[in-house]
Design a protein around this ligand. Structure first.
Ligand SMILES: [Fe+2]
Ligand SMILES: [Fe+2]
Length: 282
């Protein structure tokens, strides 16, 4: 890897693209390595992400910070792997990541789908929590988007996703959804968790925070899994607007949207899953 290069490794995803000892689960986690240090985005739904990291020789115990893209269990459940994470970890998230998230089930029941630990429990572990709606510079050249305004299209929220407020359940607007922005030698890279804000909104927010009209790569979950044709088309048009040269959707993108993106972008589309590694260098 050249000096100045930025490397990104998918530690957890819904699938492993090639036969390997790596394991998949419904979840997402990615490792970002820059000349200024390393950071994690999300930790999957269980401790499996840390097993994959070990098999991939990724020194996760050296990460400077963990960013949670949002509070859903498939991005935060892996916080149970305390031994894999450094003591005194910097943990960055939107404050709503720790609201009491539920999914309603048929028959009026609901299931808790939030983080496995509370803010108090994480603080008791010695973690330094930075809960903010604003963009954060995680490392030099690595930013969070902060809260994403829904100004360029609908958010990918669902009626079954809700938040408990006292005895009531209210719709979860998923304002906690944020992404990572990486300033690399090839240009800006957007790393999404689920993109619940809607991919077009995420990309416009990236433009605003990174102050750029070109987004070199978009990698991660896009939540197009239940999107209709026009919604997928809107995402495609937006990727074209930002002249995106590498499109690597995974996790909650869904097979239909993936096929469509692959057909649209040809060689610029990368089949992505656990173990997929991207190096951005001159
Ligand atoms: Fe999610
Ligand atoms: Fe997800």
């Amino acid at each position: 890897m050249n000096k100045g290069a930025v490397r990104l490794i998918i530690l957890m995803d819904n699938r492993v693209p090639q036969a390997s000892p790596l394991r998949a689960e419904h979840g997402f986690s990615a490792w970002v390595e820059t000349p200024a240090g390393a950071a994690l985005l999300d930790v999957g739904r269980s401790a499996l992400w840390a097993c994959n990291a070990e098999k991939l020789n990724v020194p996760v115990e050296s990460c400077a910070a963990l960013v949670l893209s949002h509070g859903h269990y498939d991005h935060t459940g892996g916080l149970v792997a305390e031994e894999a994470l450094p003591a005194g970890l910097d943990l960055i998230a939107h404050p709503d990541a720790f609201t009491e998230k539920h999914a309603s089930l048929p028959g009026g029941e609901s299931r808790y789908i939030g983080p496995p630990l509370s803010v108090t429990q994480l603080s008791e572990r010695g973690y330094q929590l930075r809960l903010t709606v604003d963009p954060v510079e995680v490392l030099p050249g690595v930013w969070t988007t902060g809260e994403v305004p829904r100004t360029h299209g609908a958010a990918s929220t669902e009626p079954r996703l809700c938040v408990r407020q006292g005895e009531a359940f209210v719709p979860d607007e998923l304002l906690d959804d944020c992404s990572l922005l990486l300033d690399t030698p090839r240009g800006w890279v957007v790393l999404t968790g689920c993109a619940h804000s809607g991919l077009t909104n995420v990309l416009h927010r990236a433009r605003e925070v990174a102050k750029t009209d070109r987004l070199h790569a978009v990698i991660g979950g896009t939540h197009l899994v239940r999107a209709d044709g026009p919604q997928v088309q809107e995402a495609i048009d937006c990727l074209r607007t930002f002249q995106t040269e590498l499109i690597a959707p995974c996790h909650c993108t869904g097979p239909g949207a993936k096929r469509r993106l692959a057909a649209e972008f040809g060689e610029r589309f990368v089949d992505t899953g656990v173990g997929t590694t991207f190096t951005f260098e001159c």
